[in-house]
Every structure is written in C-alpha cells, then in structure tokens.
Ligand binder design. Sequence first.
Ligand SMILES: O=C[C@H](O)COP(=O)(O)O
Length: 241
Amino acid sequence: MYFVANWKMYGNLSSLNALDKVIKFSKSKEIRGGRLIYCPPNTLIGSFSKKFKDCQIGIGGQNCHESQEYGAHTGYVNPRMLKNIGAHFVIIGHSENRKKGENDRLINLKIKSAIEAKLKVIFCIGETLSEKRKKKTYLVLSRQIKIGLKNIKNKSNIFIAYEPVWAIGSGLIPKSQDLFRIVEFIKSKFKAKSPKVLYGGSVNPQNIINLREINNINGFLIGGASQNAKKFIDIVKKTYS
Ligand SMILES: O=C[C@H](O)COP(=O)(O)O
C-alpha cells in the first residue's frame, strides 16, 4: 500500500524536525508493507531529499511545467529540475490546479514530460459535487483518463489518484460501495496491466478503519492529516492493524 503525503502550500525548514518520527517508523517493523512518499512544496524538496537519504521514503513534487527545457516561465519548475533536486514522483492534475485553469490537454502534456524525465506520476482525477449530483461521475472520470493519458503507451509509471473534489478537505468520504465500484471502473479502463489506484479526500486516522476495507484500493493520497507526523503514522498503522 502507498501512503502519499501531499503537503500543499504548507511547511518550512522547521517542519523537518517532525520527520524524525516518520523516519524511525519507516525503519521499524510496524511499517509492514507500507510505502511512504512525501510531496512537500518545491522549496523543501532538496531538504527532504537530504533528510531521507538513508531511508526508503519517496519524494515527489506537487506539479510541474509541461516543458522539458529551461525557459522563460516565471514561477515554474520542469520535471527534470524536480528529478535533479531529488524527486522520484510528481502529482499532476490535482483539482486545486484544475480549478485554476489546468485542462485535460495540458495535464496530458505534463504527464508525458514527467514520464520522459523518468518521474513516476500521481495522476489525479475526480468529479465535482455538481457533476456527482448530475450523475456524471463516470463520464467525467472517463474523459479525464482518456485525454489525460492520450498517446501514452507505457503507463507503468503512472498511479491514478481518485480524489472526488467534494471530499477534499471537507471531512466527507464516498460510501464504501461507491468507492469500490469507481476504483473497479478506473481499473477497467486499462487493457493491459491496470495501474495502482489511490484514494484521496479527507483521509484521517478515524475513517481509515472503513477505507482499509475497500480491497481494490492500492493506497491513499493524504492532504491535511499528513502534515501531522503522528496522524500520518497512525493512518499507516491502522491500515494494517
Ligand atoms: O492531495 C490530497 C488531497 O487533496 C486530499 O486532501 P485532504 O486529505 O486534506 O482532504
């Protein structure tokens, strides 16, 4: 199981101290089969990389530019720059960026570029509340997958993170039965080997008890709760207890 901590626009150098607990946990037997990945803001990727140098914790960026090259793109970093500073993963297509205008075609270019730079991609998809109410969830997910992964033959480095927009930061999670069906649906979209599918949206140490029962989920993309080392560790422990 994968446990991806998306710190969003939180954290500074003093946040590194709390990671000692997580490093210790990652080296203990309690980690069981858990694979931990931290996606801090770009300002902290280099420091995380140094901090995690002797352990198995992965590091990722939260977004990247679609170009492989250096260029006049104020405020952006390309996938090679992420790779160069120590990232192994990158989140692409997060709804917080889709809301700001990233569309499926741009997301497709970013994914291609990240794969070319040999990063693993955590590709986020999910419906809004209004799409859910109009019963368009499956339609939206199909479109996001179809365009987002267009002309990408080798999908072995792609994880899908299903994040219903209405569940992010709201304390709400989908009904177990719905979530199981949606994950099956996502996996069915892939002819050859299906990708790992993560769930994201208000995952916390309480609701993980229900989420862990959904046996087609391969891990979790965790926002708010991941900023607290104890909560993050608790989520992993409870997944296996
Ligand atoms: O990337 C993480 C998701 O947006 C979930 O965030 P959340 O756990 O704070 O709801």
